[in-house]
Design a protein around this ligand. Structure first.
Ligand code: SF4
Length: 326
């Protein structure tokens, strides 16, 4: 492993100052330590932020929920407010990683985690994300797990967080604190598509720290849930997934929030599906016609064409489950 300096921040200003000097933040360490061992990440300074007071889950004045960035995945999944208000978040977390990792990994770190593209993690392979300008070994290589939506000539890697898919569906915002003060960024803008710079993955500056994820107030009652399709039933990343939240009043869908995972270079919001649902009455045929729009714009690679149909079926199945017709 590349030699590095370890420091532990005792408060938020100290962490921001260290981050501004180029330090890399570490909390649970479940992504960064792996990548440092593999020689993919080589930070000069690692700043331990695990002791900072960012561990609360609180109801917001507006009726939403704010989850502190250092709340662990396990704590968030089990939290009574999260389970009651946003089961889609709990389910996405519980279907992620292993119990051991969920006990270590933080919510902020989870959305910052880096891709599982095997070429990214192989320092001998060409990878624009690891080494800008080097090329993309996945485009001509084995790309069964890669993206069918949001890819560029530079990179076709998927975003691998499950809970970020739930956050995207719900239109969560990322709260940041940095040298220039506070910012709130919609998660759809915080997670960047690769375009020509796949090495730049987040709208975050030097010294900026994620302090919390804020889930918005949504009309109640709200039914929600997360479905993940993968090669094995545990400790595996999604081939496809669907996060769905529906508010039905008077027999009519008034609000629909839908996003897909495992298919996009970022968690993939599905506005065409949402628009198709709102104002309609739940039915088997409605779920099917809405889900048919979920792969609009897909651009599959040599080995992942199956994801186009699998995505439609995943979304349809989850609409049926959440909509109460299964
Ligand atoms: Fe690297 Fe992205 Fe290509 Fe994977 S898909 S090899 S992460 S550039």
């Amino acid at each position: 492993m590349h030699p590095f300096t370890y420091t532990r921040a005792s408060d938020v200003p100290e962490a921001i100052a260290a981050g501004r000097r180029g330090g890399r933040y570490i909390a649970g360490g479940t992504t960064l330590v792996d990548l440092m061992r593999e020689g993919v990440e080589r930070p000069e300074t690692v700043v331990d932020i695990s002791g900072l007071p960012l561990r609360d889950v609180v109801a917001t004045e507006r009726g939403g929920l704010r989850i502190g960035a250092l709340v662990t995945m396990a704590e968030a999944a089990a939290h009574p407010k999260v389970r009651a208000l946003f089961p889609v978040v709990s389910e996405a977390l519980e279907l992620s990683a292993s119990a051991q990792l969920r006990n270590m990994a933080s919510i902020g770190g989870n959305i910052m985690q880096r891709t599982r593209c095997p070429y990214f993690r192989d320092p001998t392979a060409a990878c624009n994300k690891r080494d800008p300008g080097a090329g993309c070994a996945a485009r001509g290589g084995f790309n069964r797990g890669h993206a069918i939506l949001g890819a560029s000539d530079s990179c076709v890697a998927t975003h691998c967080s499950d809970v970020a898919v739930a956050f995207a569906a719900l239109e969560a915002t990322v709260r940041l604190l940095g040298p220039d003060g506070r910012r709130q960024v919609p998660i759809a803008e915080f997670l960047l598509r690769p375009k020509t710079s796949p090495d730049r993955e987040h709208d975050i500056g030097d010294g900026e720290l994620i302090t919390a994820i804020e889930l918005p107030a949504l009309p109640r009652p709200l039914q929600s849930g997360y479905l993940k399709v993968r090669d094995r039933q545990s400790y595996e990343f999604a081939l496809t997934s669907a996060a769905v939240a529906l508010h039905v009043h008077g027999g009519v869908i008034r609000t629909a929030k839908v996003a897909a995972g495992g298919v996009g270079t970022v968690p993939w919001k599905l506005p065409a599906v949402e628009e198709h649902l709102v104002g309609e009455r739940p039915s088997q045929s409605l779920w099917a016609t809405a889900a048919a729009k979920s792969a609009d714009g897909a651009s599959p690679l040599q080995h992942n064409r199956f994801k186009v149909e699998l995505l439609k079926r995943t979304v349809e199945r989850q609409l049926r489950i959440v909509g109460g017709t299964e």
